[in-house]
Design a protein around this ligand. Structure first.
Ligand code: AGP
Length: 610
């Protein structure tokens, strides 16, 4: 969603701000802007649409300065207009960018109106600019004015502020939304995501909840929620520039689909090296916690939720533990029956998803303190709020549609399953060796599935003109059908639904006719014969079938039944391999329809609002 970048330096920071905003584009946005302090004035340029349009406007207006802030906005309060785009300015003196939502903005607006402030936008953000200006006008310096103002805000925020009254510094604050400070040589930066500043510096301080900070060229000072100055650890980010560049690919989604063998190999590297499922990979206390738990509760959203649904089949069958999986936005408002002996597992690529974070907080508030985060972004909010952590090593995922994050989440969940099974006496040495062997072969099997791309391209051309599609699967492959339908709808805008194949006759069969393509995930597992019967039900109604199956399933092509064979059945890891063809199908259908694959309409990469 929204992105922030800011810089104070001895050089012109405008190119730094523009590059930073371009690196934040992947998060999803609908307008962009920058503000600078130059020659004792605050200047601003904003545009709806792409950063490139705003960049051209800044060029035309000859924007140069050594202090500035920038923002990409994903509209929540107020429509997509230039007037609602950030930065927001108070009294021509102070400019501010904000991520998050201010819940008490209406009360603050009333109060500020009474104080004589006028409003130019419909946003919740503008009240913050005026509040800080109000405290500055009472004689406080910029930092103290910010600290007073944030005490009056309810909601979530990451804020960066500059003022012409104080042109030698920038101040920032964080509560509920990520914000970090980048440390350079004689220059310093602020950003909501390390990718925005990685070409300037890799040394970063992740601000904690309630922190404020003051940046000059030479110095960064951080203050905790009580206002006391506090030292915070400096981290060196290992985000690779290559993972942020497109390289020879047409889209990040295409690149990320093809990176999956490498991403999986990196994620399992430590396990393969040790040749054992070792609980220490999840954290220091993992062994004690894993031994003691009696059940697992998974919380996640979107694709990460489907990873959780897949894992339920593994955790119950292999580890023998009851496992519940909930959509985080539902769980957080349900009257949950708490079980302190339950392991709470959150799954999140970004580690920032607000609903998942709030569900975790709610679970903990009920006395469920054993928490594990499976996440792809080191030091993000959700792993920081969890006792145990397993980082997937997919590398930066830029495409809005999650691909390599999903398959590496599945790998992480499989490793969790085997580790739990071992500690609960359900995995002997021989079985452990079998599971490790299956994992070792997984990157190769995924590569074989990627090699099916030309056949899938041919299928996608038949999909592109369709309005609707059905996806079917059974057992552990049902969540892969759900994921295939989500991928297709989010990037190609074809309406797609997924059902467990056995459920078809209870309603959705009524939708089937010659215009409805039906994708079936049907590998050679114990439910294959059942799926074959379900396919006959569809064929009998004239539906056209597109079946992904594996080499040893003896599935034959016939009129209206098209078959693509994935590699030989890879046993328990089959859902991971079958995620690949549904990703490719969605990607190529979207290409054929000419949609914006990496930035589908209305969607954002990190969903940091409710
Ligand atoms: C997946 O293609 C989507 N972009 C979306 O469903 C995503 O998985 C969801 O928003 C959860 O995000 P997270 O993994 O970063 O928490």
């Amino acid at each position: 969603m929204c992105g922030i970048v800011g810089a104070i330096a001895d050089r012109d920071v405008v190119p730094v701000l523009i590059e930073g905003l371009k690196r934040l584009e992947y998060r999803g946005y609908d307008s962009a802007g920058i503000a600078i302090v130059a020659e004792e004035a605050v200047r601003r340029v904003r545009r709806t649409g792409r950063v490139a349009e705003m960049e051209a406007a800044a060029g035309a207006e000859d924007f140069h300065a050594s202090l500035g802030i920038g923002h990409t906005r994903w509209a929540t309060h107020g429509g997509v207009t230039e007037g609602n785009a950030h930065p927001h300015i108070s009294h021509g003196e102070l400019a501010l960018v904000h991520n998050g939502i201010i819940e008490n903005h209406e009360q603050q607006r009333e109060r500020l109106l009474a104080l004589g402030y006028t409003f130019e936008s419909q946003t919740d953000t503008e009240v913050i600019a005026h509040l800080i200006h109000h405290y500055q006008s009472q004689g406080h310096d910029l930092l103290v004015a910010l600290q007073h103002a944030v005490k009056e805000l309810d909601g979530a925020y990451a804020i960066a502020v500059i003022s012409k009254r104080d042109p030698q510094r920038m101040v920032c604050a964080r509560m509920g939304c990520p914000l970090l400070v980048g440390l350079g040589e004689g220059e310093n930066f602020v950003a909501s995501d390390v990718s925005a500043i990685v070409s300037a510096t890799r040394r970063v301080i992740f601000l904690e909840e309630g922190d404020t900070a003051e940046l000059t060229r030479e110095q960064v000072r951080v203050f905790d929620a009580s206002g006391a100055e506090i030292p915070r650890d400096v981290h060196v980010s290992d985000v690779s520039l290559a993972s942020l560049e497109l390289g020879p690919y047409r889209h990040f989604m295409q690149k990320e689909i093809h990176e999956q063998p490498r991403a999986i190999a990196d994620t399992i590297e430590a396990i393969i090296d040790r040749n054992s499922f070792v609980s220490a990979m999840f954290g220091e206390n993992a062994e004690d916690i894993f031994r003691d738990i009696e059940a697992v509760q998974i919380l996640a959203c979107g694709t990460s939720y489907y990873a959780g649904l897949t894992a339920r089949y593994w955790i119950e069958a292999i580890a023998g533990l009851p496992c519940a999986v909930d959509i985080a936005s539902e769980y957080r408002y349900r009257q949950v029956v708490a079980n302190p002996k339950q392991l709470i597992v959150t799954i999140s690529q970004s580690g920032e998803t607000l609903d998942t974070m709030e569900a975790l907080k709610y679970a903990k508030s009920l006395g469920q303190q054993r928490t594990l985060s499976i996440c792809n972004v080191p030091e993000s909010a959700i792993p920081r709020a969890s006792e145990l952590v397993f980082y997937t090593r997919a590398g930066a995922e830029i495409g809005v549609a999650s691909t390599k994050a999903f398959t590496t989440q599945l790998v992480a969940l499989f490793v969790l399953t085997c580790t739990l099974a071992k500690l609960h006496g359900r995995l002997d040495a021989e079985q452990e060796a079998e599971m490790l062997e299956a994992l070792r072969h997984l990157p190769g099997s995924v590569q074989h599935a990627l090699n099916l791309e030309p056949q899938i391209v041919a299928w996608s051309e038949r999909f592109a003109p369709k309005q609707h599609a059905l996806f079917l699967g059974r057992g552990v492959h049902y969540p892969i059908a759900l994921e295939g339908a989500l991928k297709l709808k989010e990037i190609s805008y074809i309406h797609a639904e997924a059902y467990p194949a056995g459920e078809l006759k209870h309603g959705p069969l009524a939708l089937v006719d010659a215009a409805m393509p039906v994708v079936v995930i049907a590998p050679n597992d114990k439910l294959l014969e059942k799926v074959k019967s379900n396919i006959q039900e569809v064929r009998a109604r004239g539906g056209e079938m597109f079946v992904f199956t594996d080499q040893d399933s003896h599935f034959s092509e016939s009129e209206g039944v098209h078959v693509i064979r994935t590699p030989r059945h890879v046993g328990v890891l089959s859902p991971i391999v079958h995620a690949i063809p549904v990703q490719l199908l969605a990607y190529h259908a979207a290409l054929a329809r000419g949609t914006d694959v990496d930035k589908p309409r209305n969607l954002a990469k990190s969903v940091t609002v409710e």
